[in-house]
Design a protein around this ligand. Structure first.
Ligand code: SF4
Length: 305
């Protein structure tokens, strides 16, 4: 299969749709080393080729920043793209972040994806260096708080690791956005998925958490499992039930913002502070669960996540 250059596949969170996208790494080191997470097909051919993990030369990245600066892209958020830019040596990443701050005016936010394992490998001092350079927020895939599901999906980190990585990031002054994948335990582990995820969110109290619903993409290992009848995808109504159970089981300390900002989801509530909005959100979800439309709804046919 065709091997793509690091800057070819650039994925970003929906919230970064209008940001300057600057690839700093290509592919994902976890994918290259281990075959990656079982639900992920991003760098395995769905975008027309495979993309092995690679670090983009620093001078190429700085040259991209110069281009944006010379064209006066002032005031735009900047997303440092690549599956796991925090795998970069800290000084390399900090140099990029500082250069963005120096060259482009009024950047309201600099962000990137982060893998928990990469964060655990960095010292507190290194995380502070990144925060002081101006890295504002990282997007991290927690996916589930259940160790069983994390192992089953080959995430490479358990719930304790996520809690540690999440707390250390926030203590260093970097905001944390966590992703939860609804339906990731299938029917077999649905309840465990919700209860354990609520526990981890309660421990971390992240700045924000976002729901994504499991849709299987060709090229991922779970795609084969579903086709062979080894994994059962949840019906839309049962996906909504999982969101309900997670919110219901959050501890009273959780003040995170919550988003359903993805096409894969079957409900779309938002909250700036789930502690304040919890009753309203639960009522909305209860009404949705009683709605015949969601009871009869069919799964969306998405082939990309
Ligand atoms: S989900 Fe993230 S960490 Fe897992 S293989 Fe895909 S890009 Fe890598």
């Amino acid at each position: 299969m065709k091997v793509l250059q690091p800057e070819t596949i650039v994925i970003r969170p929906p919230v970064e749709a209008y940001s300057l996208l600057i690839p700093v790494t290509g592919g994902c080191s976890w994918n290259t080393q281990t075959g990656g997470c079982r639900f992920c097909g991003t760098y395995k051919g769905i975008y027309g080729g495979v993309q092995p993990y690679a670090i983009r030369p620093l001078e190429d990245v700085l040259a991209d920043i110069d281009i944006y600066a010379e064209r006066h892209y002032d005031g735009f958020p900047v997303f440092l793209a690549g599956g796991n830019p925090t795998s970069l040596p800290t000084e390399h990443l900090a140099t990029i972040v500082r250069y963005v701050r120096e060259r482009i005016k009024n950047v309201p936010r600099i962000s990137c994806y982060a893998r928990a394992l990469d964060i655990l490998r960095k010292t507190d001092e290194e995380l502070r260096i990144l925060a002081e350079a101006g890295l504002d927020i990282v997007y991290m895939g927690l996916e589930s708080g259940s160790d069983k599901i994390l192992r089953m999906m080959r995430k490479g980190v358990n719930s304790k690791g996520y809690i540690k990585a999440g707390k250390r990031l926030m203590d260093a002054g970097i905001k944390l956005s966590l992703y939860i994948i609804i339906g990731l335990g299938g029917y077999k582990y649905s309840e465990e998925h919700c209860l354990e995820t609520a526990k981890v969110l309660t421990e971390i109290n992240p700045t924000i958490f976002r729901f994504r619903t499991l849709h299987i993409v060709p090229g991922s290992e779970i795609y084969k499992d579903v086709r062979e009848g080894k994994f059962e995808l949840l019906r839309p109504i049962d996906n909504v039930k999982e969101e309900y159970l997670i919110i219901k089981n959050l501890g009273p300390n959780v003040t995170s913002a919550v988003r359903n900002d993805h096409i894969s989801n079957y409900c779309d509530f938002e909250s700036e502070n789930i502690k304040e909005d919890r009753e309203m959100v639960l009522k909305y979800l209860e009404e949705l669960l009683d709605n015949p439309r969601i009871q009869k709804a069919q799964r969306k046919l998405l082939t990309r996540m």
